[in-house]
Design a protein around this ligand. Structure first.
Ligand SMILES: Nc1ncnc2c1ncn2[C@@H]1O[C@H](COP(=O)(O)OP(=O)(O)O)[C@@H](O)[C@H]1O
Ligand SMILES: [Mg+2]
Length: 310
């Protein structure tokens, strides 16, 4: 029987709530699934039928090491989502690619490590009249190193930005979109290219709160029926990503996170194609959808193999 690796991280062991339902769904589909950590050197990846990235959540702190693992693993076993997708999606610069093809993204200024932080911040504040703004690293997950500031907190925000740049990290500056406080964030989950379900995530950032968030905490999660404009934008985002990456197949899994802007229209906050939580607790049947889609790809041989990883 084919064994599927559900890829997590040693430091995430026991924290990925999607793993037990996915493992059961794989078994119902006739697949054996094992949760394995990407950073466990004892794993023989080549013996697996596929490696499905689920919760390698510490990659944000160890990106070169993680990408080297992805490259090696993709040569030994089909990696899902595929390597070119992971290369593109682990750095939020992909938002600029999507904006360039007309996707409405949360207004974003990118600041590169060689920039002068205070200058970059002042330029951003002059160009945006938002009462509050957000500083975040380009490679991030779980709101780590992400903070919300008022305009008057320029000094603290500049220090935060300088810390990121000094560490060689690119950063993003965004207006804080206050609609999140009342409406939360809408995350639309697509499986095998089709809409599956959506959740509402409560606002995560508090003014003046510099304590790191628990990397495994998701905040307040509820089921949500997405609005039509959100469904439409999610479809557009996936179509655009598919064109940009020249994908021949729909993405096995994708999560599109949206916030509403000052004009009330939805905007893309994040496109998660690497290790999104898929919130199976909110939609248990979605785990079966994913397992069945995986099974179908293994059966018809359309899982990308070692010769065409690009
Ligand atoms: N521009 C913004 N306006 C309002 N809230 C934001 C903004 N950017 C981030 N947040 C909050 O911070 C959280 C984490 O930011 P996000 O961009 O999703 O990065 P990641 O999840 O990759 O760390 C979001 O879920 C949201 O609650
Ligand atoms: Mg997020």
């Amino acid at each position: 029987m084919t064994t599927i690796a559900l890829v997590t991280a040693i430091s995430a062991t026991g924290h990925d709530e999607d793993l037990p339902p996915l493992q059961s769904a794989c078994e119902r589909a006739g697949l054996t699934a094992r949760a394995l950590a990407w950073d466990d050197a004892s794993v023989g990846w080549g013996r697996m039928g596929a490696a499905l990235l689920r919760s390698p959540w510490d990659y944000t702190e160890r990106l070169p090491e993680f990408m080297a693992w992805c490259e090696r693993t993709a040569h030994a076993v089909p990696l899902l989502n595929p390597l070119p997708v992971i290369r593109w999606n682990t750095d939020k610069h992909y938002l600029a690619d999507l904006a360039a093809v007309g996707i409405p993204v949360v207004p974003t200024e990118f600041v590169e490590p060689d920039a002068e932080p205070m200058e970059a911040l002042q330029r951003f504040l002059a160009a945006h009249d938002a009462a509050e703004f957000v500083v975040k690293p380009a490679v991030s997950a779980g709101a780590r190193d992400t903070q919300r500031y008022q305009r008057s907190q320029e000094f603290a925000a500049g220090n935060h930005l300088a810390r990121l740049l000094d560490a060689g990290r690119s950063a993003l500056l965004q207006p804080y979109l206050p609609a999140v406080d009342a409406d939360g964030e809408t995350a639309l989950i697509h499986i095998d290219g089709r809409y599956s379900h959506a959740i509402r995530k409560g606002a995560l950032l508090k003014i003046g709160d510099t304590s790191p968030l628990d990397p495994h905490a998701f905040g307040d999660i509820r089921n949500r029926e997405p609005a039509e404009d959100e469904r439409r934008l999610a479809d557009q985002v996936l179509a655009a990503a598919s064109r940009l990456l020249k994908l021949e197949q729909p993405l096995l899994y994708a999560r599109i996170d949206l916030l509403r802007g000052a004009d009330g229209a939805p905007r893309l906050l994040e496109l998660e194609l690497t290790e999104p939580s898929l919130f199976f607790a909110q939609a248990p049947e979605a785990a079966d959808r994913l397992a069945q889609a995986l099974l179908a790809r293994l059966a018809d041989g359309t899982v990308r193999t070692r010769t065409d990883i690009g």
